[in-house]
Write a protein that binds this ligand. Structure first.
Ligand code: GLY
Ligand code: MN
Ligand code: MN
Length: 447
């Protein structure tokens, strides 16, 4: 369960900005539901995780809640939420309740969630536009449709429900793409804790341990520093397992001479960190391992240099690919010229993913990767980077055993991933609390 935020001013400001956008388009009503509870087996529930968009606009941590925003002559911000109930609170802990929702979360009005079906139809009347998630076939969507139907029936009195329907999610995605100060603070904290966990994994790793033991150390470090959760299932991949991109932490033993790839990050107040480091189980990179490792570090440097305002989201990827492709040729993994390898995309045999993604409340965060203002079509230009965006920079190289590949590189899988905050002039890697330099990693592992 996420905690109520210490300060709800940022959430109030975000609602006000969304209302401004709606008003500029002629006004209307926005409706957004909290995440549903997910059953785990027959008797339990998964730990509750609030819907990211809902969390962004409300900071409200409970299920069974609805946000309604009305942009008109007078703005209204309304929350529907669970009523306080002593009997249930005895088992499940305190509920916030409508009264505290107004007092502590800054809503104009709040009502018990079980009054939604009664009150929402009336709120829809005379609103020109409905802003809601239009493409989700879920229980919340059904409730909104039912309210629209009921409002339609009321329209005999002359009032009407909204005739225009607008998907609210892209509007919120645009906002979420540029992080405000409170978001950057939470992400710095997630980054710092996650980097500490990677450093701990490096210090404790030794041949003979199993992947899940490393995972346990990461979880311990996340939680003891106050992270509420992992941001995604941790990857701890020994040796050849690193060439399986979504390998979870399994049972494999870390063998002497193997690399270990760890891709893990925690979640703080809803915000993710996403870090990958690849280190030698025995504390010392072999010659071929070091060669490919340093290649990913060089590729990351090139991508980071291209991560600044005015460059596009894709420039970093292209910069990383150039370095990796040249390195693959130099190492004898690929034949031909750099231009030829780039043109034929032969490098994708060893580097098959992109160099980054937006990061925020979701690990692969929302936001268009292409220019949203450009006309639709496959050639829509890439998005230009702006101060306040946060993205990962994660070049890698994955070499499976094959007859036409030098044997020295077989089963080496490496990724080097940091989280970059776009600044005025360039970017800041906020996850460098854990080293990437191979000598620094080796020194840390000797401690
Ligand atoms: N950990 C997920 C990713 O790197 O994209
Ligand atoms: Mn990532
Ligand atoms: Mn990752």
């Amino acid at each position: 369960m996420s905690l109520p935020p210490d300060d709800v001013t940022p959430h109030i400001a975000r609602r006000a900005r969304l209302l401004d956008t709606m008003r500029a388009a002629g006004g209307g009503i926005a409706i957004l539901a909290a995440a549903p509870i997910a059953a785990r087996g027959r008797n339990g529930e998964y730990p509750y995780r609030q819907d990211s968009d809902f969390l962004y606009l409300t900071g409200f941590p409970e299920p069974d809640a609805w946000l309604v925003l009305i942009a008109g002559e007078r703005d209204r911000t309304v929350l529907f939420c669970r009523e306080k109930n002593e009997e249930r609170e005895l088992w499940e802990g305190l509920t916030i309740g409508p009264e505290a929702a107004v007092a502590d979360f800054g809503f104009d009005e709040a009502y018990p969630a079980d009054r939604l079906d009664e009150l929402l139809p009336g709120m829809l009347l005379d609103q020109p536009t409905l802003y809601a998630p239009l493409l989700r076939d879920d229980r919340a969507g059904t409730r909104i449709c039912q309210a629209m139907e009921k409002a339609q029936r009321l329209s005999r009195t002359g009032q009407r429900p909204p005739a225009r329907h607008h998907d609210i999610l892209p509007l919120i995605a645009e906002m979420r793409l540029i992080k405000d100060a409170a978001e950057i603070a939470a992400m710095r904290r997630a980054a710092r804790i996650s980097a500490g966990a990677h450093a701990r994994a490096m210090r404790l790793a030794r041949p003979g341990m199993r992947e899940y033991e490393i995972e346990a150390e990461l979880l311990y470090e996340f939680r003891r520093h106050g992270a509420q959760s992992v941001a995604y299932s941790s990857i701890v991949a020994a040796g050849p397992n690193a060439c399986i991109l979504h390998y979870p932490a399994g049972e494999a033993v870390l063998e002497d001479g193997q690399l270990v790839l760890v891709d893990a990050g925690c979640e703080v107040d809803g915000y993710a960190a996403d870090i990958t480091r690849t280190f030698p189980a025995n504390g010392r990179y072999s010659g071929p391992q070091r060669l490919l490792y340093e290649l990913t570090v060089e590729a990351q440097k090139a991508a980071a240099a291209a991560t600044r305002p005015g460059m596009t989201w894709n420039d970093g990827h292209e910069a990383a690919v150039r370095v990796l492709a040249q390195g693959m040729i130099d190492a004898g993994l690929l034949k031909g010229s750099l231009d030829g390898v780039l043109e034929s995309k032969a490098y994708t045999r060893f580097y098959m993913h992109r160099t980054g993604h937006w990061l925020g409340l979701d690990v692969h965060d929302v936001g268009d990767y292409r220019d949203p203002a450009a006309p639709a079509g496959p050639e829509r230009p890439w998005r230009t980077l702006q101060k306040g965006m946060i993205l990962t920079i994660e070049p890698g190289i994955y070499v499976r055993a094959a007859d036409d590949v030098p044997q020295a590189f077989w089963n080496i899988g490496i990724r080097t991933e940091d989280d970059a905050l776009v600044t005025d002039e360039g970017c800041e890697l906020i996850t460098r609390g854990v080293p990437v330099d191979p000598r620094e990693i080796e020194a840390l592992m000797r401690e």
